[in-house]
Design a protein around this ligand. Structure first.
Ligand SMILES: N[C@@H](CCC(=O)N[C@@H](CS)C(=O)NCC(=O)O)C(=O)O
Length: 213
């Protein structure tokens, strides 16, 4: 049996939630890292990327593109996608919210350098506190925030939220999280899960790449 392959760069980016799910689930997988523009062009020309973009998941004769679809595929197969249609809808809801916040943060990556200070200030003082406040409220609504975002078990939504919180923390936005003790506690609980902790400490984890300052 061949080990499934995650095709991406040696970067966290859009592959990281997938990696966190694979690691938490204990799935054996390998990575194929695209190194440089020439290799990326060759990969596109190879026909292995359905939408000429990565990440792509290859499991034998099964190829799947779109990071969200891959993450959900792994989650469904390994008990990280809730219990029943309502929990799954709530997980989708939380994933949508995390995606909205990521979209806001991504503005920094495409902005002209002169605009970055303004965008950072808006993220730090407006957008992120507002979003983290709403996510804290969502978490508290389930078991007073002592467990997970949805239901009784860790889900792909918690992992996506974990990665978002890490991104905020590592890029100078930690103050936006100060009023959110339950989110911070969830972040710590997830980081301490044995398989996640092992992954975070391993050389499998791509290095942090900071957002533009
Ligand atoms: N919606 C897609 C977007 C994928 C995407 O745009 N990936 C980037 C890398 S992070 C890419 O491969 N872009 C194509 C290019 O740069 O030519 C997903 O979530 O997987």
């Amino acid at each position: 049996m061949t080990i499934p392959t995650l095709i991406y760069f040696a970067a966290r980016g859009r592959a990281e939630v997938i990696r966190l799910a694979l690691e938490e689930a204990g799935v054996a997988y390998q990575e194929e890292h695209i190194k440089g523009q020439e290799a990326f062009a060759a990969m596109k020309a190879s026909g292995r990327l359905p939408f000429l973009a990565v990440p792509v998941w290859v499991d034998g004769d099964f190829t799947l593109a779109q990071s969200g679809a891959i993450a959900l595929h792994i989650a469904r197969g390994h008990g990280l996608y809730g219990n029943g249609p309502r929990e799954q809808a709530q997980i989708d809801q939380a994933l949508g919210a995390v995606d909205d916040v990521r979209g806001e943060v991504r503005k920094l990556m495409v902005a002209e350098p002169a605009k970055r200070g303004e965008i950072r200030a808006e993220l730090l003082n407006g957008t992120l506190p507002r979003w983290f406040g709403m996510l804290e409220k969502l978490l508290v609504a389930n078991q007073d925030g002592a467990g997970y975002l949805v239901g009784n078990a860790l889900s792909i939504a918690d992992l996506a939220l974990w990665y978002l919180i890490e991104l905020a923390r590592d890029n100078g936005f930690e103050a936006a999280l100060t009023p959110c003790p339950k989110l911070l506690a969830l972040f710590a609980r997830i980081a301490a899960r044995p398989r996640i902790a092992a992954y975070l400490a391993s050389s499998r984890r791509p290095a942090l790449q900071l957002l533009p300052a």
